[in-house]
Design a protein around this ligand. Structure first.
Ligand code: PMP
Length: 451
């Protein structure tokens, strides 16, 4: 039968009365991140019924302390009353309008805050729907800028190995070529340039580790050779997230900024994960006291309540693009500057400042150092590292995600390891006791050696 002629919708599933059926339907029909739908390859998903503060409540009533902040986002915890109120009030006034030819208070107020809070010089803002799109926008800005200067040959990007910038085609071309699975999309993905990931770690002695030779020299050599083809260098400042949870030395970033200027290549900072305090600075670029030419933010921008991202650039770049052949910047998503998302982002940024994010993150950093420290002594652990509100236990071998997640749930905690990395980035509002329970649970599970 033609589906469109069916007028009666199927009854909704209800976790209370039919969790099993709902999960079976989910397994048959719904893709989850990086999941397979093939028979026998089904992935485990846990049904979550509600989320409040730092807790997730599963359909069976199990309460879990969330160690992931839903992938770096929910810095103020779930269902924060001020954020919920901001969304509700905005929904009553105007949930959405097109941004072509129209504007609104939530967008203007948000942009004013972003211009004020981000590193200096970034005062032209493009709002979009997700981190990956913000990276696409940044790339297009860099390319249009070079075209407008009659440097159309500068149409490639340089990226760091072990980096991650998103899953759309343009963003994917900038991810680590191996873990980013470039070979699956050969011919379609843009071919970009890559340099090795910086080796000198945050907190190490740059000179003693010979950072200029082992880290900067390869970057300089690549820029020297290819700068005529390069529009921009893109990197995640200080913290390489999904590509390995690596914390690198600020001197690398400082010198990368200088090299970009020397070789007439723009610097794009992807702060989608690190933005809004996570690394201990409001923006990780501040660890090196630099401003990029283009900055991408997302994730925690709305406190994790709605999807929203922004790409910021300088007046010079914006003006140059406007003087180019197109006469304008060529991008304009349907949900650009969605008022609901902008309103909740405004409130989230206000909360960040009122709550003294710096003190919150400093407290979490101490708690993570203390709580995860004992993992160093465990068999199978390669490294334990903490920066700001990010705690990482790197194992010697990849862990079995399904087994380890089940064990964590039994400890009342939610984390989602990948590969060798068992890590957490808690909400800034997590109390010392909650954090102690989270870290103790992680250490206990790793000690059990079950996975
Ligand atoms: N850049 C970085 C550094 C990220 O961590 C992510 C998301 N993990 C992205 C870009 C892509 O963002 P999104 O998933 O919102 O598209």
């Amino acid at each position: 039968m033609n589906k469109s002629s069916q007028t009666k919708l199927a009854a909704d599933f209800d976790f209370q009365s039919s969790t099993e059926q709902a999960l079976a339907y989910d397994q048959q029909h719904i893709w989850h991140p990086y999941s397979s739908m093939g028979k026998g390859n089904e992935i485990n998903v846990w049904p979550v019924a509600s989320a409040q503060g730092v807790y997730l409540t599963l359909a069976n009533g199990t309460k879990l302390i969330d160690g992931m902040s839903s992938w770096w986002c929910t810095v103020h915890g779930y269902s924060h009353p001020r954020l919920v109120k901001a969304i509700c009030e905005q929904a009553q006034t105007m949930s959405h309008v097109m941004f072509g030819g129209l504007t609104h208070e939530p967008a203007i107020n948000l942009v004013q805050k972003l211009v004020q809070l981000t590193p200096s010089g970034l005062d032209k803002v493009f709002l979009s729907d997700s981190g990956s799109v913000a990276v696409e926008v940044a790339t297009k800005m860099a390319i249009q800028y070079q075209q407008a200067r009659n440097k159309a040959g500068k149409n490639k990007l340089l990226a760091l190995k072990q980096g991650y910038h998103g899953d759309t085609l343009g963003a994917m071309s900038l991810c680590d070529p191996t873990t980013g699975m470039h070979h699956l999309f050969t011919g379609l993905l843009a071919e970009q340039y890559f340099v090795p990931a910086p080796k000198v770690c945050f907190g190490q002695d740059w000179l003693a580790q010979d950072g200029d030779r082992i880290d900067i020299q390869p970057l300089r050599a690549c820029l020297e050779k290819h700068h005529q083809q390069l529009a921009a260098l893109i990197l995640e400042p200080i913290v390489q997230g999904a590509g390995g949870m690596r914390f690198y030395h600020p001197e690398y970033l400082r010198q990368a900024r200088e090299l970009c200027d020397e070789f007439d290549v723009l610097l794009i900072a992807d702060e989608i994960a690190t933005g809004f305090g996570r690394s201990g600075k409001l923006f990780a670029c501040e660890h090196a006291n630099i401003s990029p030419d283009i900055l991408c933010v997302g994730k925690a921008l709305t406190g994790g309540q709605m999807t929203l991202a922004a790409t910021l650039t300088t007046e010079h770049i914006a003006n140059t693009i406007s003087e180019g052949e197109a006469g304008c910047f060529m991008h304009g998503p349907t949900f650009m500057a969605n008022p609901l998302a902008c309103a909740v982002a405004n409130e989230s940024l206000a909360l960040l400042i009122e709550n003294d994010w710096q003190a919150q993150v400093r407290r979490l950093e101490q708690g993570l150092l203390q709580g995860l420290g004992p993992a160093k002594a465990l068999a199978g652990v390669a490294d334990v590292r903490v920066l700001g509100a990010i705690g990482v236990i790197e194992m010697q071998q990849a862990v079995d995600m399904k087994v380890i997640q089940q064990a964590c749930i039994e400890e009342g905690i939610w984390i989602r390891p990948f590969g060798k990395l068992v890590y957490t980035m808690p909400a800034y509002v997590m109390t010392d006791n909650q954090l102690a329970k989270l870290t103790a649970g992680m250490v206990k599970v790793l000690k059990s050696g079950l996975f």
